[in-house]
Write a protein of this length. Structure first.
Length: 95
């Protein structure tokens, strides 16, 4: 493996979450990058070759620079809580 000799952020990459598949990972990546956090995704290449979309082989790990990991986790948790609140409101709404 070749290296570039350094990065813009101090510290190595830190895993902040595991996405269920590549689509979910791309959404998370876009969300974090729109908040100024660079993202690196790591998944099993066999999932792309065979088109796995569920299960362990489809999982994609989401990494961010160590210095921004706590901010990334906060953003992801806040977004997750917002999605849960929306689901609860939809369930309570009369049909």
């Amino acid at each position: 493996m070749a290296t570039t000799g350094g990065s813009k952020q101090p510290g190595g990459p830190v895993e902040v979450c595991i996405a269920a598949n590549d689509l979910e990972a791309q959404v998370i990546k876009s969300f974090l990058e729109s908040n100024g956090i660079p993202v690196m995704l790591q998944g099993d290449s066999v999932s792309k070759v065979y088109g796995f979309t569920v299960g362990g082989m489809a999982e994609v790990r989401v990494f961010v620079p160590e210095a921004l990991a706590s901010k990334a986790v906060e953003l992801l948790e806040a977004d997750d809580e917002g999605a849960e609140e929306e689901e609860a409101e939809e369930a309570d709404a009369p049909s």
